[in-house]
Design a binder for this molecule. Structure first.
Ligand SMILES: Cc1cc2nc3c(=O)[nH]c(=O)nc-3n(C[C@H](O)[C@H](O)[C@H](O)COP(=O)(O)OP(=O)(O)OC[C@H]3O[C@@H](n4cnc5c(N)ncnc54)[C@H](O)[C@@H]3O)c2cc1C
Length: 367
């Protein structure tokens, strides 16, 4: 029997497994597909909430901790696995910001680097940008990471540890319980039904977390929010920083890829990439970078964000069961928040002093 069984191998499950394994616990990580291939693969990898001032302090607290920790995490992974997730501090330029005054007040309060810049500075920094932008908010410390590579590096690192077992294509289909304890985890592995045991079970199943918890008659307010994205590729990257306008963004990767995102769609668990979304994303992208009209799209995909109220994740013990925990509901910010979220839950599971106040994320406080 393992010490911890984690349901879901997205960024949140992978990073939690890493923390627990580092404390010498025996960890089993299950995924119904392959680890790191759902939202954590589909995301843009911006290491900041898009409009950080629009979130509550519970999101800011996790984001601030994680943003500072990211360079260390990536350096450790490169050292351990040789896989470089290409974390890069590209900065983020927000154009025609509707709530610039609120943003600036928030930045001062949170000691967040943010500058108002005029047209001359905008076009000096980004000469290819469409004409007509008069001012912008420049956030120089915002980074982006190639999240598929980050997941790959985490899987490689975990796979090399003797106290971690990763089981892919292993779907959780129910639980057994005894009194106030989860006593078994029912799974389908290689088309066969089985039951696993663990001292403590943690649900990190992203958009599917509520489905998993419903097997025990529990619920959390997490619903899938579909996001679609387009990909371009250039010999020479046409932009330097992440560009954001009216909720849509362009992200430059080091290798010349450029991502254009993203839609927000409430349509259940459907992950189909659609022509309507493609046209809508293209329109937004052309408004920022007209030269894209001369370039072909090389990819389009969709992922399911785990949408929780106010984007505040559920982190902690669930009602009624003494050995059942959750770490899910990171909505649009799972890639930035995950290191702090995993650390906070690991602190709680291992009896360490928590990095931040766990109260806002506890399922018991969220009814
Ligand atoms: C288009 C888009 C753009 C985004 N951009 C950003 C961004 O720039 N920055 C940012 O911070 N965040 C971004 N996000 C959000 C971020 O991707 C998510 O918040 C984050 O990936 C959630 O991670 P997770 O591990 O909770 O979920 P997931 O990565 O979805 O992982 C959950 C895992 O659970 C598994 N699972 C589910 N049910 C079961 C079961 N019954 N049994 C076993 N396994 C199960 C799934 O197979 C999956 O692998 C974006 C998301 C999208 C879709």
């Amino acid at each position: 029997m393992s010490d911890f069984l984690i349901v879901g191998g997205g960024i949140n499950g992978l990073l939690l497994a890493r923390k627990l394994a580092a404390a010498d616990a025996d960890v089993v990580l299950l995924d119904q597909g392959r680890c790191g291939k759902e939202a954590s693969w589909a995301g843009g990898g911006i290491i900041s909430p898009l409009y950080p001032w629009r979130y509550q302090s519970a999101v800011t607290a996790l984001a601030s901790w994680a943003q500072e920790f990211y360079p260390q995490l990536v350096a450790e992974l490169v050292e351990e696995t040789g896989i470089d997730p290409e974390l890069r501090r590209s900065g983020l330029l927000m154009l025609a910001a509707e709530d610039a005054a609120a943003a600036r007040r928030w930045a001062v309060r949170n000691r967040y680097k943010m500058e108002t810049i005029d047209a001359a500075a905008i076009y000096q920094a980004e000469p290819q940008l469409a004409r007509g932008f008069e001012s912008g908010l420049w956030m120089p410390d915002v980074a982006n990471v190639r999240n598929p590579r980050l997941n790959q590096a985490l899987v490689a690192s975990l796979s090399s540890r003797p106290n971690v077992t990763i089981r892919e294509q292993c779907q959780v289909i129910g639980f057994s319980s005894h009194g106030n304890r989860v006593s078994g985890i029912k799974v389908i592995l290689n088309n066969e039904r089985g039951e696993l045991e663990a001292d403590i079970v943690v649900v990190c199943a992203g958009a599917w977390s509520n489905k998993v918890l419903q097997f025990l008659g529990l619920s959390v307010e997490i619903e899938p929010v579909k996001g679609q994205m387009l990909l371009f590729k250039f010999e020479q990257q046409p932009i330097k920083s992440i560009l954001l306008n009216q909720g849509r963004y362009l992200i430059p990767r080091i290798d010349g890829h450029l991502l254009a995102g993203s839609t927000l769609e409430h349509c259940g668990f459907d992950k189909t990439a659609t022509e309507t979304a493609k046209q809508s994303l293209l329109q937004s992208a052309y408004k920022l970078l007209p030269m894209l009209k001369q370039h072909e799209i090389v990819g389009q995909w969709a992922g399911l964000r785990p949408g929780a109220p106010q984007g505040i994740p559920y982190i902690g013990k669930l009602d009624n069961f003494e050995n059942l925990y959750v770490n899910a509901g990171h909505y649009r910010n799972g890639l930035v928040l995950a290191p702090a979220s995993a650390r906070l839950l690991a602190d709680c599971l291992l009896g360490n002093e928590p990095i931040i106040d766990p109260a806002p994320y506890l399922p018991a406080n969220r009814h």
